[in-house]
Design a protein. Structure first.
Length: 404
């Protein structure tokens, strides 16, 4: 048996008529947590603790089945220990709130939707690689069904996104709130634990931690140079450097864990260490002495924390003018993968000036440190419940673990 559920089987869960005789607290507000991929899941898990301890609410985890699905996402959702229900059952459930950080499937669920970004903002740095005329995630095709705006509240990270929304989908302006970035706020709260994260990653005294981040797509660092990790471990002395790789979850999901580890077997033997796709990259960035990356969100967050940055010049082919990645490319030390790497790493660290990337931090969030408060207020208004008097503090990210 593979543990999967027959298509006609339903889970005994709040919101289902058959469950009424068995559920202990049947009158809870029902929150649907939409988990289409790791990035959206991580963002929702940054927000969910603001409400899930409330005895008046019940969270239900859902993996959309919209005709395509990332491999093993259902398994990941189940592993969180929450109440998971099949997509077909979720479509019939009367949710009091749907929490989502991706537009996949949300138009099919019943209940008010709070939609938020799953990376650095909703106006992406990357231009769409497809001919779909969707310049960013604020496009009507993502936000509307017919003449109806899908999200009841659209959480933006930055004031500047209001202008983009007004231009691309003015119908959604009444639903928009500027709520900041809960992921970045947690990274800021994690700064005092930098040394603990370094120790958990195996960084010894005198070593520098180089975090190598690659997003997905052929324009990513790994897409343009699949040998980058092997060259780094060959050129950076192990006694002086600890190299930790952060691969975008789409690389892990789209190619499989087995394949990724096979591709990187040689550099891993030579000293490369990887963090899992679900969590660990934020702690690694907090602990980093240098972030080497591309136009993905991890590099942006590293710059937001004012870490020295080496940015891959080959990844700029599909970067949107004026976006955070475009601005960062003008400020960061350029990474030339066709040249020796050690001198570039040394120069980037030695030449870094504090507050060099202050503009990037300002582009990540207009409400630093406030995201949890704003989103919590929004959630309780949508649930039509009075907000509890006690605050839920913004927690530091967990200690990282390395992929075996």
């Amino acid at each position: 048996m593979d543990g999967t559920m027959p298509m006609d089987q339903q889970v005994i869960a709040p919101g289902h008529p058959i469950a009424e005789r068995w559920i202990t607290r049947p009158d809870c507000r029902l929150i649907g947590v939409v988990m289409p991929h790791d990035q959206a899941t991580a963002r929702i898990l940054d927000v969910l603790p603001q409400v899930e301890a409330d005895p008046r609410v019940q969270a239900v985890f859902i993996t959309p089945a919209t005709g395509f699905q990332w491999a093993r996402m259902e398994e990941s959702a189940r592993s969180l220990g929450g109440l998971w229900v099949p997509w077909r059952q979720a479509l019939e459930m009367p949710f009091d709130l749907v929490l989502a950080a991706c537009h996949w499937g949300i138009q099919d669920l019943s209940g008010p939707v709070l939609l938020m970004p799953h990376g650095v903002g909703l106006v992406r740095s990357r231009i769409s690689p497809w001919d779909d005329q969707a310049p960013h995630d604020l496009y009507p095709g993502n936000l509307m069904r017919g003449n109806e705006v899908i999200p009841s509240r659209l959480a933006l990270a930055h004031d500047g996104e209001l202008a983009a929304l007004a231009e691309s989908c003015p119908q959604a302006m009444p639903q928009a709130i500027v709520a900041g970035d809960p992921c970045f706020d947690r990274m800021l709260a994690s700064q005092p634990y930098r040394q603990l994260y370094r120790e958990a990653l195996g960084v010894r005294d005198g070593q520098r931690l180089v975090v190598v981040s690659t997003t997905w797509s052929p324009h990513s660092l790994f897409g343009t140079d699949p040998g980058i990790f092997a060259r780094l471990t060959a050129e950076l002395p192990g006694k002086d450097y600890r190299v930790v790789g952060v691969l975008h979850p789409f690389i892990w999901r789209g190619h499989s864990r087995r394949q990724v580890l096979a591709w990187l077997a040689k550099p891993r033997t030579a000293g490369l260490h990887l963090v899992p796709p679900e969590e660990g990259w934020r702690a690694a960035v907090v602990g980093a002495d240098l972030v080497m990356g591309d136009h993905g969100s991890v590099t942006m967050y590293g710059a937001g924390l004012d870490r020295p940055i080496l940015m891959n010049t080959r990844s700029l082919a599909d970067v949107r003018p004026g976006s955070p990645a475009d601005i960062l490319a003008q400020l960061a030390a350029p990474l030339h993968v066709d040249r020796p790497l050690l001198p570039q790493v040394e120069r980037a660290i030695a030449s870094h000036v504090p507050q060099r990337y202050a503009r990037i931090a300002e582009m990540i969030t207009s409400r630093p440190g406030q995201s949890a408060t704003i989103l919590r207020q929004t959630i309780y208004r949508l649930l039509n419940l009075p907000e509890p008097s006690h605050d839920v503090p913004v927690s530091a990210v967990p200690l990282p673990r390395l992929t075996p």
